[in-house]
Design a protein around this ligand. Structure first.
Ligand code: WT7
Length: 686
């Protein structure tokens, strides 16, 4: 190993794995990269064989671009692999889920208990008419019952469509109808910042908008039961909340149905390509895309990446802070970790309740060894200051992960130093809802990390950088460069650094199988931009060592606190407000959130600008989409900068919002517009 790590990005050093870490790592031989590159399909078959199959596959990959089928002919059950398999292997008493409620209540479930509860839920869903292939919409707080409902769907061969509990009634309504869900599983509410998110009330509102496919609604009592047995930190008393209306014949109380079910609920052997779930993500047009994931390939890649990227050991206590409403919660709370039989923390609430040390108290309390969180959270903790981390014992931690957006080197270094005590490797993992599992990432026992770079594609994955004309301009392929050097191998290959568009150039097991109900859009969005390659929508730089530095979206998708929000979606919510005639939305750089939403609106005649109008418009967007889409800035203007052909020039709006000198304005129909806007924006800020 080199004693003088190479310097990248100015002063930032690189971080080779420590000898101590490498000695115990699940994978420490850089040879895995070359081996997988020589036979990627064989590599993935090797992982698939470590799962439990009811029937083996006859063909590992059928690739008719852009449609892939993995492990064709094979049959398996995802829930069996995540739960029963461990019980049968004698790990029934191992704790699977440590549910830490926001009020401080803790509920532990062993794998045997999870198997029983998931079976009861599976039978309850069947009693409500759910069968193989049906879709179940899940709108719940982040309590252990949420992953268990997901697993129960998988167990009986139904597909789940989880909608994040922060989404509005309209968003929920749209997703229920697009998926054609037969049953909705929700809760009376969930705890957030000492208050209650009224899930049942919002669900009622969604259903009142018309959801013809929904026959029954199963309601878990979270807030009711938590109030009955308040945790040690719950001193705030009972906030008022609205439980919605009870519709007899439609609504069923969890307590009236689930506990009385039999624990005998067989795992349906499913085709490898059977639908496992639909998960909605924002696209560059207003309508969310229902991303389709299937069973065998998805489970194989989430299983493999969890084991190698997080270096999972049997005695680890793992904590991924994502909500199951996002793909991270699907792949790295439920399927990947549970297929590996992990013990994990599932936390319901906010990071500052009752105090800003809540994450660190939780790490200390449960002895968390692996923490996987998002850059936006890390930057927030940085801003809060080190006093909250210093008062807690973080010595149990041994590995840290990051996901959701590019992590700036300052945040990376703070995470490494303050949270990781300089002893924990940091894995910055790039992937998407569409990729299903981690794609570009360090392997902690092999890779010398560089703060801000997700480094190299996982073995068996091939990424590239393309130029604007669709040419592959990747300087060096494969991860045998800097990596091998860090592990004491040959001198690394180097090449010139290039910047361009990220591409994935061969199919991977957990790739999306399509957009629910819209194969044409699937082709158009992902497979028409780059010849023969998958287009994720991200820009990337590849440095002289072949390391990937992800640069964020190049389309009209914003990354706000790591969540995908389309500019079009916010624009249509804005023009839906009676006061708004026209709107343009951009993501501007934001210290904590990565990007903040800046909205430029033209009011209709008869509406006066002012704080009240602006607040009402912002509230309208939050109501239509959810609080995460509420614009941070709202600027009322007389005109928007448009080209002569009428296209809004977002680049100039970004210049305005980020306080830069104005770029080229010569293509504008009226160059005066943007200068006026700039004055206006700056005076609004000051
Ligand atoms: C977009 C996908 C992956 C689960 C959470 C987000 C950005 C994600 C990274 C990273 C740079 C990242 C990309 C990607 N992104 N992880 N480590 N470095 N950018 O899932 O909502 O589907 O968003 O998040 O822009 O395309 P998603």
């Amino acid at each position: 190993m080199s004693d003088t790590p190479r310097t990248v990005l100015g002063d930032s050093p690189s971080f080779p794995p420590s000898d101590a870490f490498r000695a115990r790592a699940n994978v420490a031989d850089p040879g895995v990269y070359a081996e997988a590159a020589a036979d990627p399909v064989g590599f993935w078959e090797g992982w698939a064989r470590r799962l439990d199959w009811a029937e083996p596959w006859h063909t590992a990959l059928e690739w008719e671009p852009p449609f892939a089928k993995w492990f064709v002919g094979g049959r398996l059950n995802a829930c069996f692999n995540c739960v029963d398999r461990h019980v049968e292997a004698g790990l029934g008493d191992k704790v699977a889920l440590i549910g830490e409620g926001e009020p401080g209540d803790v509920r532990r479930f062993t794998y045997a208990q999870v198997r029983d509860e998931v079976s009861r839920i599976g039978n309850a869903l069947k009693a409500l008419g759910v069968g193989k292939g049906d879709r179940v919409c899940v709108y719940m707080p982040m309590v252990p019952e949420l992953p268990m409902v997901m697993l129960a769907c998988a167990r009986i061969g139904a597909a789940h469509s989880v909608v994040f509990g922060g989404f509005s009634a309209e968003s929920l309504h749209e997703r229920i109808n697009d998926a054609g869900a037969k049953v909705l599983v929700t809760a009376d509410g969930g705890w957030r910042r000492g208050g209650v998110v009224e899930l049942k009330r919002i669900a009622d509102e969604a259903l009142a908008l018309g959801c013809p496919t929904v026959e029954r609604v199963l309601v878990y009592e979270r807030v009711g039961s938590a109030l009955g047995a308040p945790g040690p930190q719950s001193t705030a008393g009972t906030p008022e909340y609205d439980q919605g209306v009870w519709v007899e014949g439609r609504d069923v109380r969890w307590a009236d149905l689930v506990p009385s079910q039999s624990v005998d609920c067989p795992c349906e052997p499913m085709d490898s390509e059977a639908l496992l779930f639909i998960l909605y993500t924002s696209g560059s047009t207003g309508k969310p895309k229902g991303i389709v994931h299937t069973t065998g390939g998805y489970l194989t890649q989430t299983y493999a990446t969890t084991q190698w990227v997080f270096d999972l050991k049997p005695d680890d206590v793992y904590w991924c802070t994502a909500d199951c409403g996002w793909v991270t919660g699907h792949s790295y709370v439920v399927y990947g970790p549970m297929a590996n039989g992990v013990t994990q923390v599932v936390y319901e609430g906010s990071p500052d309740t009752p105090d800003k040390d809540r994450f660190w108290r939780t790490v200390e309390k449960h002895g968390v060894t692996i923490l996987y969180t998002a850059p936006t959270a890390i930057r927030t903790f940085m801003k809060w200051g080190d006093e909250y981390t210093e008062r807690c014992d973080l010595s149990s931690l041994r590995l840290l992960g990051s996901v959701g957006e590019p992590i700036n080197p300052e945040a990376w270094l703070w995470y490494h130093r303050v949270i990781g005590g300089e002893r924990c490797p940091v894995v910055d993992t790039w992937w998407q809802t569409e990729t299903g599992a981690i794609m570009v990432t360090p392997l902690p026992g092999i890779t010398a990390t560089k703060p801000g770079s997700a480094t190299q594609p996982f073995p068996g994955i091939r990424t590239a950088v393309f130029d604007e004309t669709g040419r592959d301009v990747t300087p060096i392929h494969g991860a045998m460069g800097f990596v091998a050097c860090a592990a004491g191998g040959e001198a690394p290959a180097t090449g010139p650094a290039v910047t361009g568009i990220l591409a994935v150039t061969q199919p991977w097991p957990s790739m999306l199988r399509g957009i629910w109900g819209d194969p044409a859009r699937y082709r158009q969005v992902y497979w028409s931009r780059l010849p023969g390659a998958y287009f994720p929508g991200d820009g990337t730089r590849v440095d002289e060592d072949g390391y990937f530095w992800l640069l964020g979206r190049i389309d009209d998708v914003m990354l706000v606190s790591g969540h995908n929000i389309s500019t079009m979606e916010v624009e249509s919510a804005l023009v839906d407000h009676p006061a708004v005639a026209e709107a343009a939305v951009i993501g501007r750089a934001h210290e904590i959130k990565g990007q903040a939403i800046a909205a430029f609106v033209i009011l209709r005649a008869g509406f006066a600008p002012g704080p009240e109008t602006e607040a009402a418009i912002k509230a309208h967007v939050a109501h239509k989409i959810g609080a995460i889409a509420r614009p941070d800035d709202l600027v009322v203007c007389a005109e928007l900068p448009k080209t002569r052909s009428g296209k809004i020039m977002r680049r100039l709006l970004r210049d305005v919002a980020e306080g830069r000198a104005l770029g080229d304005t010569t293509t504008l129909a009226d160059p005066g517009v943007v200068a006026t806007l700039k004055d206006k924006y700056e005076s609004a800020e000051g």
